[in-house]
Design a binder for this molecule. Structure first.
Ligand code: AMP
Ligand code: ZN
Length: 113
């Protein structure tokens, strides 16, 4: 756990987000500023800053993707959904605990902005 990290505080339940699902390695909660009818953030419980760091922990990376798939199914996103992970300032990353945005429930334009 990283002391000043908001998402670590969610994992530790020091702050309670709107929890959607949880596994041994991953945690899912609703984004506070949803950009689609379903907008869930799926994170590794381990504190890593971004997807590149997550790749150094393959079991955690697999756990995050598995939980994302589980949530997408539970949310009924049968016709499609998008997984996005912003990395670094140019991509708009604002929280430096790796997270995958799970977006669905509406048509999603491509390319993204
Ligand atoms: P990013 O800009 O890719 O780093 O994404 C960070 C996301 O975290 C944004 O979509 C925010 O809306 C979301 N966020 C920030 N604070 C909270 C919070 N307290 N609870 C849930 N989501 C949050
Ligand atoms: Zn963290």
């Amino acid at each position: 756990m990283s002391a000043d990290c908001l998402f670590c505080k969610f994992v530790a339940r020091e702050i309670e987000p709107q929890v959607v699902a949880e596994s041994e390695t991953a945690f899912a909660f609703r984004d506070i500023n949803p950009q689609a009818p379903t907008h869930v953030l799926v994170i590794p419980k381990r504190h890593v800053a971004n997807a590149a760091e997550l790749a150094q922990h393959p079991a955690d990376a697999a756990g995050v993707l598995a939980l994302a798939a589980q949530v997408a199914e539970a949310e009924g996103l049968d016709t499609g959904y998008r997984l996005v992970t912003n990395t670094g300032a140019d991509a708009g990353q604002t929280v430096f605990h790796c997270h995958i945005h799970l977006l669905g429930g509406r048509g999603l334009a491509w390319p993204p902005g």
